[in-house]
Design a protein around this ligand. Structure first.
Ligand code: LLP
Length: 445
């Protein structure tokens, strides 16, 4: 599986963005997150264009910052003309620090603190997605205090149960997110929002789940959402102007994963929307979305240095297992532990070799942090560089300092150039927040 600008060069090494990854590993150390900038920009443009070309009204793509956010990324999103979905005060702060226009920011969260709501109001963010009744009332009051009329959407639960890992499902009714449509609560919230003088209710929002490998759940959600828009018009007389269908499109972690292309996804989403809008005799609302993973996952590759290898006897076939250890693990990629996530990889300094040996790739944490179980990799040796693919989403963003591992460098590569966009943390960085109170100052005598 070669993605984006990835290719195997004459030396038999993996190359990304015109950079030999073996050189990158030598130059920047490992673990190293490598982002293919040309591929990333192409994704951003293509996703935006796919919907703009197929939908009769305005379309907005908010990149879901939670997937991968650093200030350089904010710049790329801005340059490519996308908008930004932030889900915390920290993501908002990062976006604003990088100079992102606040009117193109949408704020999410099931528990936005008063401080986060105030920061968003003061910055003048374009949209706040209200998650619950408490927040609706609090936001109206805070907006009144700051003398602002805040544009909002209401997050609703359409009651769709998508087929994806249980920890990344959100469309079903049993969820902490949003307000239920089926029991009438969402309609009640809409009524309240329309009456609040300091809120400008633009529309409704849903996000049904993540890593969805077909469009079925989106189609189902669209039907529910359009029917709800029709119900709102009937009961309140208001035709809401915006429909936000969240993110969720899946990506290729393994060669056998076949998610719809952006264009196929846009075909289905737009055709479904048009069909139900017609059925309910509604004018097309503005269509907004919040893809995260689909835009960045495949653009990222993580490089590791292979360390000790160990063969152990097991009772199952084939009677032994070979553990190949790498110099990272659950602190740079917690997804295998959290979601049983699967990945593929190659030995980057012998990318063309036959994959005739099955091994299990293990991290170096004090845990059984298996990164890839039973992968056909071929020969490996200590010092080889392992390239794990499709790590651009929810890897750096979910990295931790577990076992006091410093977070790893991120580089953007393109046209043979590599730029550091996130500097590797140092061992001293790990001590930066530590404090020793006076009563602990004395050493044992
Ligand atoms: N919008 C909202 C309101 C969301 O909650 C999410 C993801 C997105 C957009 C973007 O979804 P995407 O297009 O990336 O599927 N850490 C998990 C994924 C959690 C997703 C949470 N919400 C993972 O590593 O699989």
């Amino acid at each position: 599986m070669l993605l984006g600008t990835q290719c195997v060069n004459d030396a038999g090494h993996l190359e990304i963005g015109g950079c030999d990854v073996v050189d990158l590993a030598r130059r920047f150390g490992t673990p190293l997150y490598v982002v293919d900038e040309a591929f990333l920009r192409d994704n951003l443009r293509r996703y935006k264009q796919a919907f703009a070309e197929r939908y009769p009204a305005e379309t907005t793509v908010y990149y879901a910052a939670k997937a991968f956010l650093i200030t350089a990324m904010v710049r790329v999103i801005d340059q490519e003309g996308l908008s930004l979905d932030v889900a915390s005060g920290g993501e908002l702060h990062t976006a604003l620090a990088a100079g992102f226009p606040p009117e193109r920011i949408i704020l999410h969260g099931n528990y936005k603190s008063e401080g986060e709501l105030r920061a968003a109001l003061e910055a003048g963010v374009g949209r706040i997605v209200v998650d619950n009744f408490f927040e609706l009332r609090r936001l109206n009051a805070l907006a009144a205090e700051t003398g602002r009329v805040q544009p909002v959407l209401i997050r609703v639960t359409p009651g769709i149960d998508p087929h994806t890992h249980r920890r990344i499902r959100t469309g079903q009714e049993d969820t902490k997110f949003g307000i239920n449509i089926s029991d009438g609560s969402a309609l009640e919230a809409i009524g309240e929002a329309l009456d609040f003088p300091n809120l400008n209710l633009l529309g409704i929002h849903c996000h049904i789940g993540s890593q969805l490998l077909d469009s079925k759940s989106h189609e189902d959600a669209i039907e529910v959402m359009v029917a709800f828009l029709a119900q709102i018009r009937e009961t309140t007389g208001r035709a809401l102007e915006e429909l936000n269908i969240g993110g969720g499109l899946g990506v290729r972690y393994l060669p056998e994963h076949k998610p719809p292309t952006y264009e196929e996804f846009a075909d289905t989403v737009c055709a479904t929307l048009k069909r139900f809008l017609k059925q309910y005799d509604l004018e097309p609302p503005r269509l907004s979305q919040e893809p995260g993973r689909a835009l960045v996952a495949e653009t990222g590759t993580t490089l590791y240095t292979i360390g000790p290898t160990k063969r152990v006897n097991i009772t199952e076939d084939p009677g032994s297992r070979t553990y190949v250890s790498v110099d990272g693990g659950m602190s740079d990629n917690p997804r295998p532990q959290l979601y049983d996530a699967v990945y593929t990889a190659m030995v980057a300094n012998r990318a063309g070799q036959p994959r005739d040996q099955v091994v299990t790739v293990a991290g170096k944490h004090c845990e059984t942090d298996l990164m890839i179980t039973d992968i056909a990799l071929g020969d490996t040796d200590i010092g080889d560089i392992l390239a794990v693919q499709s790590t651009g989403a929810y890897n750096h963003a979910m990295a931790s300092n577990y076992n006091r591992f410093p977070r790893s460098t991120v580089v953007f590569v393109r046209d043979g150039e590599a730029d550091v966009v996130y500097e590797r943390e140092t061992l001293d960085d790990l001590l930066r927040q530590d404090r020793i109170p006076a009563r602990l100052a004395a050493r044992a005598s």
